[in-house]
Ligand binder design. Structure first.
Ligand code: ZN
Length: 426
């Protein structure tokens, strides 16, 4: 699906309460609003009065971990990793990752996600799955040098950047050091330099558990964000996932450096890490915030709308304040409107908002007559009442990936992924 999409015009949708259309050309929105008309030769789609909203951006996941869904999910983190995940990951083949990622892409298409940020083994297989599914993703090979092998880390990083860059416009390559406890100081400095030199983003798990913070302070004399800053890793290209234990001082530093932080509330609860990103403090500091599911091994769903409800409720609950975050603001977080880097925009660029002319043509038509959306404010209904099942049609880069609830090829994808999971003994 790498060829450019033919122009697509959607007519008869409901946008901000009025009947409107959207015309997509070259993967971007060329026109949107009540006056839109199809040009001769356009593919046209009659929305029949369905509400039109921006598609979602999943800021942190490990797509192929759909293969691990429902396996050992009630174990504590370390036994789960040691007994269920690592021995199986050692046997992964490209086709396992490909079909696991295709399964993830089918689920994301179904639940309204157009773009995601991924870190997983055999990243070229994930990239191939993303391109075949028609989604877009920023992908990095996970980088580790816990065993002191900085040379192997460098080789993996350079090789994967080159290979991912060759896979077409749907894929943006990234550097993905796993975490500050799995990558050495020397390698983190090298990654910071490479990221600046090649202008590629960096995604890293940060401050997920309290233990990680304690160990960082003991080993480096600084909390995690200060430590990363010292190594040159905090910048406009950096995405920090989790941020559960970031304090106010760290959040201010992160905002100053222009980093993005991705909250993963459901994975945080499933692994019982004891808290959540302090969103009101992040907002007050001016941090760009996005939302992620984390992998299906530790969530286990990739339905970002379901996680949006969890994000909003956990923030209200933690703050002891029902006004801590409003539905419209939460919706902007899920669509990447408050974190332009997550939508694939270079730092500092003048980026069109989702659904504006010039923005990627990524949008959804919601199920007409859905009971969850029938009454009340749409943003509020989407955040508190709906799940991904209200998505009826998904358009990514001006291409229709799901129409009227049908994802082409889904039956085969489900069967092949299940077959690969069986092969792995999952
Ligand atoms: Zn993760």
């Amino acid at each position: 699906m790498s060829a450019a999409a033919a122009p697509l015009t959607v007519l008869g949708a409901v946008l901000d309460g009025e009947i409107a259309g959207v015309r997509c050309e070259g993967g971007r929105i060329a026109a949107i609003g009540p006056e839109v008309a199809a040009a001769p030769g356009d593919e046209t789609l009659d929305a029949g009065g369905a509400p039109l909203v921006a598609a979602l951006v999943n800021g942190h996941t490990h797509a192929a971990m759909t293969l691990f869904r429902g396996s050992g999910g009630d174990l504590p983190l370390m036994p789960w990793l040691r007994e269920r995940i690592w021995p199986v990951e050692a046997r992964l083949e490209d086709e396992d990752v490909y079909w696991g990622a295709r399964l993830a892409c089918a689920e994301m298409t179904r639940t309204g996600t157009a773009r995601f940020w991924d870190m997983y083994w055999r990243p070229e297989a994930t990239a191939r799955a993303v391109a075949d599914a028609g989604l877009t993703a920023t992908i990095g090979a996970p980088l580790f040098d816990r065993d002191g092998d900085a040379g192997a880390l460098r080789e993996t990083a350079l090789r994967s950047l080159d290979r991912l860059a060759a896979l077409g416009p749907a894929i943006s390559p990234a550097l993905a050091p796993h975490s500050i406890y799995m990558v050495s100081e020397e390698s983190l400095r090298w990654i910071a330099e490479l990221s600046a030199e090649r202008e590629v983003p960096v995604q890293i798990h940060l401050s997920e558990t309290e233990r990680e913070v304690e160990k960082c302070v003991a080993a480096h004399g600084d909390r995690p964000a200060r430590y990363l800053d010292r190594l040159g890793l905090l910048g406009g290209h950096t995405v920090l996932s989790h941020g559960v234990w970031l304090d106010r001082d760290e959040l201010e530093l992160i905002a100053e450096r222009g980093c993005t932080v991705v909250a993963n509330p459901v994975a945080n609860m499933k692994l019982a890490v004891g808290g959540f990103l302090d969103y009101p403090a992040a907002r007050a500091a001016g941090v760009a915030v996005g939302l992620g599911t984390d992998g299906a091994g530790s969530n286990d769903s990739l339905d970002l709308l379901a996680d949006l409800k969890a994000f909003t409720l956990t923030q209200k609950h933690a703050a002891g304040d029902p006004t801590a975050i409003a539905a419209g603001e939460a919706w902007e977080i899920a669509t990447g409107a408050r974190a332009p880097l997550l939508r694939g925009s270079p730092p500092g660029a003048d980026v069109p908002a989702p659904l504006a002319v010039g923005a990627p043509a990524d949008f959804l038509l919601l199920r007409r007559g859905a009971p969850e959306l029938a009454i009340g404010d749409l943003a509020s209904d989407l955040v508190y009442a709906a799940s991904g099942s209200v998505v009826e049609t998904t358009v990514v880069g001006g291409r229709v990936l799901m129409r009227d609830g049908l994802v082409p090829g889904e039956k085969e994808i489900v069967a092949r992924a299940a077959e690969r999971a069986r092969r792995l003994g999952l």
